[in-house]
Design a protein around this ligand. Structure first.
Ligand code: SAH
Ligand code: SF4
Ligand code: F3S
Length: 440
C-alpha cells in the first residue's frame, strides 16, 4: 500500500508585483517548478503552492506582501498542505524578518537564487522552512530550464541585472546586487528559442540595460546581433540611464530598423540641485542634450520617463524646474511617483517634504503628463502604423496589439491572427489606446 497522494500534478499560483523583470522572473520560476511537476493555476483555492513575487521600490509596494499574506491565512487553514513562498526584492531585503513575523511562510527566495527553488521546494515538502537570499557565485541562468511555450508574440529577455548607480532614494542596488551582464551567446540562444516558439518582439530588460557589457559587446552590438535572429522583427529595451546613452546606441536608433522608436529614459527631476542630491550624476541640461541626439537619429521616437516628486529638500522652485523640463521634452507617456523613504538608502536620513505638498505636486505633474500623453495619442489619428497582434479584442472582429511606439491599438480586422504584424490606419484616440482599421 502507498500513502494517499493528491490526484494529478501539483498546482502553482504566482502573484507578481513590480517591474517587468519580476514578470520575467515569475515566468522562469514557474518553468523551474514546472520541471518538478507543477502546473500553473489562477486560483489560490486550487493551489498547492502560492508564490508572491514582491517589489520593494516604494513603501506601498512592499506593504502589499503583508496584506497578501494576511489574506492567505484562511486558505492555509483550509489546506494545511498549502505551501507559501515569497520571492523578489522584499524577500531579498527583509527575508529574515518575513520568516520571523510570518509563520505561514514556508519559503523565501531572493532574485538571484531562484534557480535553487526545486531543491528548496523538496525541503519544504519535507516539513522544513527554507530561506535563500544569497548572491550565489553561480549564474542562475545556467541552472534554469529552457524557455517553454510562450504566451504570445512578445517576450521579455533579461540581458543585464543589478545596478551600480546608487541613486540616493533607491533600493535596487541592494535588492538586485551589482551590475551583471549575461553573455551574448546565451542571449542569442534564448532569443532563437523564443523565436522558434512564435515570439517576434523582444524587450531586453535590465535595471540599467544600457550599461550592458559582455564579451566585447555593448547594448548596441547586442541589439544588432539579436536583430539578425530569424523571426525577431522588433526589439525594445528598458530601463536605461542617461549617463549610459552611448554614441553607438543612439546611432542604432537611426539605422537599425528592428529597434522600435521608443525610449524610456528616466530623469527623476528637472532641478540640478535635486539631481545632485539624488546622486544622479547628470544635470537637466545633460539629459536634454542626450534627447536631442536621440531625436536627431530618430525624429519620430516616443520618449517616456520616470519622475519623483517630494524628494527631501525639493522646493517649489525645484518642482517648477521639473515641470519646465517636461514641457520642453513633450513625453509620449511617463510615470510619476511620490517620494517614499526606503530603509537603508541615504535619502531616508533626510527630512521629508510635507506630505500634502508632495501630494499636490503629484497631482500637478500627473495632469501635465496625461495632457501630453493625450496630445501624443491624438496626433496619431489618421496615421498609418504597424501593429503586432497579441490577442483577440473583446468585440467580435477585433484584434489588439502594440504599435511601433508601444501604443495599445484596437484594430477592426475580422481575419486578423495573433502574431501577425499588420499595417493599420489610426481612426481615433480613446482613453489609453488607439482605434484603427486594417489596411488592405
Ligand atoms: N532602473 C530603473 C528603474 C528603477 S525603479 C531606473 O534607473 O530608472 C523605477 C522608478 O521608481 C524609478 O525610476 C523612480 O522614478 C521610482 N522610484 C525608485 N525609488 C523610489 C522611491 N524611493 N520613492 C519613489 N519612487 C521611487
Ligand atoms: Fe535605482 Fe538609480 Fe539604479 Fe535606477 S539607476 S535602479 S533609480 S539606483
Ligand atoms: Fe521592484 Fe525590485 Fe523591480 S524593487 S521595481 S521588483 S527591481
Amino acid at each position: 500500500m502507498t500513502d494517499a497522494k493528491p490526484i494529478g500534478p501539483k498546482k502553482l499560483f504566482i502573484k507578481t508585483y513590480g517591474c517587468q523583470m519580476n514578470v520575467y522572473d515569475s515566468e522562469r520560476m514557474a518553468e523551474s517548478l514546472g520541471a518538478t511537476g507543477y502546473v500553473p493555476t489562477d486560483t489560490v483555492e486550487d493551489a498547492d503552492m502560492v508564490l508572491i513575487n514582491t517589489c520593494h521600490i516604494r513603501e506601498k509596494a512592499s506593504e502589499k506582501l503583508f496584506s497578501d499574506l494576511g489574506r492567505l491565512r484562511p486558505a492555509k487553514e483550509a489546506n494545511p498542505n498549502l505551501k507559501v513562498g515569497v520571492a523578489g526584492c522584499v524577500a531579498q531585503a527583509e527575508g529574515e524578518e518575513i520568516m520571523r513575523r510570518m509563520p505561514l511562510v514556508d519559503l523565501v527566495v531572493g532574485p538571484q537564487s531562484y534557480h535553487r527553488l526545486p531543491e528548496m521546494e523538496a525541503r519544504v515538502q519535507g516539513g522544513e522552512r527554507a530561506i535563500d537570499t544569497e548572491f550565489p557565485p553561480e549564474d542562475k541562468f545556467d541552472h534554469l530550464p529552457e524557455r517553454k511555450a510562450m504566451r504570445g508574440p512578445t517576450a521579455f529577455l533579461t540581458v543585464q541585472e543589478g545596478c551600480d548607480k546608487f541613486c540616493a532614494f533607491c533600493v535596487v542596488p541592494y535588492t538586485r546586487g551589482a551590475e551583471v551582464s549575461r553573455p551574448p551567446e546565451r542571449l542569442l540562444t534564448e532569443a532563437r528559442n523564443l523565436a522558434s516558439r512564435g515570439v517576434r518582439e523582444l524587450t531586453l530588460l535590465g535595471q540599467n540595460v544600457n550599461a550592458y557589457r559582455a564579451d566585447g559587446y555593448g547594448l548596441a552590438r547586442l541589439i544588432r546581433a539579436l536583430a539578425k535572429v530569424e523571426g525577431i522583427d522588433r526589439l525594445r529595451y528598458m530601463t536605461s540611464h542617461p549617463n549610459d546613452m552611448e554614441d553607438d546606441l543612439i546611432a542604432a536608433h537611426g539605422d537599425c530598423p528592428e529597434l522600435m522608436p521608443y525610449l524610456h529614459l528616466p530623469v527623476q527631476s528637472g532641478s540640478d540641485r535635486i539631481l545632485k542630491a539624488m546622486n544622479r550624476k547628470h544635470t537637466a541640461d545633460d539629459y536634454l542634450r542626450v534627447l536631442d541626439r536621440v531625436r536627431a537619429a530618430r525624429p519620430d521616437i516616443l520618449l517616456t520617463s520616470d519622475f519623483i516628486v517630494g524628494f527631501p529638500g525639493e522646493t517649489d522652485e525645484d518642482f517648477e524646474a521639473t515641470l519646465s523640463l517636461i514641457r520642453k521634452v513633450g513625453y509620449g507617456m511617463a510615470y510619476s511617483f511620490k517620494y517614499s523613504a526606503r530603509p537603508g538608502t541615504p535619502a531616508a536620513e533626510k527630512p521629508n517634504v510635507d506630505s500634502a505638498v508632495a501630494d499636490a505636486r503629484l497631482q500637478e505633474i500627473q495632469a501635465l503628463l496625461s495632457a501630453q500623453q493625450r496630445a501624443g495619442q491624438e496626433a496619431m489619428v489618421g496615421r498609418e502604423v504597424d501593429v503586432l497582434y497579441e490577442k483577440a479584442g473583446r468585440l467580435p472582429g477585433q484584434m489588439v496589439g502594440k504599435s511601433q511606439h508601444l501604443h495599445a491599438v484596437h484594430v477592426t480586422d475580422p481575419t486578423g491572427k495573433v502574431g501577425e504584424l499588420a499595417r493599420v490606419r489610426v481612426t481615433a484616440a480613446v482613453t489609453n489606446s488607439l482605434a484603427a482599421e486594417r489596411l488592405a
